[in-house]
Design a protein around this ligand. Sequence first.
Ligand code: KG4
Ligand code: ZN
Length: 353
Amino acid sequence: MPQSRGEVIILAIESSCDETSASICSDGKILSNIIATQKIHEQYGGVIPELASRAHMQNIVPVVDAAVKKANCQLSDVSAIAFTQSPGLIGSLLVGSQFAKSLALALNVPVIPVHHMQAHVLANLIETPAPAFPFLCLTVSGGHTQIVMCNAPGDIHVIGETIDDAAGEAFDKSAKMLGLPYPGGPLIDKYAKYGNPLRFKFPEPQIADLNFSFSGLKTAILYFLKNAGQNMVFKEEFTATETEQAAFIHENMNDICASIQHRIITILLNKLKKAVDKTGIMRICLAGGVSANSGLRNAFKKLGEEKGWQTYIPSFEYCTDNAAMIAIAAYYKFLSGNYEYDLGISASAKSDW
Ligand code: KG4
Ligand code: ZN
């Protein structure tokens, strides 16, 4: 239902975890992408759902207001309002979904529910050159690790995924063991730049098909640290005292981070190579918060050059949680007409597609 300016203008809201974000997209072009990051969780070493919902309540009106102003448009210009429907923290999702539905009711425009993981994949369509269809996408975030096949914006299938922890969790939990604050992924990235990635050899899990596993790596790192780097074998009694462990971490932080990061990257890229062999598709995208990792970005590009793939990585602001990806996903849904005019639609914590 294009408005009088002849444009499809989407106002999108993302509130699935600890980022409150709003974006305006006009005919598929992102005009604004405002993100309010909730710092309150840092002191707790992880996201506290109740605090996240409260922070979304505080942030949502100013964030939406800022997105509309930055795009230099009016709420009355909006053709549809999109929101992250699932998956995520239910209290956080409810704030965004209720706000979106209320605004849609007031403006008499449709609401478009968007799947957060599909939106991460479609973030690759925001910038140019965008991949042609079909393409594969390695989506690596705090809660998910997936390889998906994308035949069209509304035709996305998971062909491999983690059977336990996500890649982002592997980063964050490793960082926590190293005494680093939450979220530790970006800090591991920072220290890894100065370290030797081959110094410590963490195990690569042998998991069938295109699936991933990161829980064994987490355990290996735990034993490795408890033994102050002497070995990764479980022993009833660890060989190092807490003081020795802390000293070992302090002296070797860069190499430990580089080695952990190297292993996570090789686990991810080895499966991606398998996915390309299996499908024959050579247009490959990265998505999700972990795709902000500089080591992964570089290794992915290098592998693509070696293999002759066409590779795509969204800009940083479209990798971690953001509403622009919700807006672009909703824009394609709007064009296809594949959504219902239904204000009764509700948020869901589940990740069903
Ligand atoms: O996609 P995202 O923003 O939120 C979820 O949907 O989960 O991903 C967040 C994850 C966190 O685990 C965070 O540590 C990780 O992305 N992350 C990184 C980097 N930046 C964000 N991990 C490694 N290196 C980074 N530079
Ligand atoms: Zn995400």
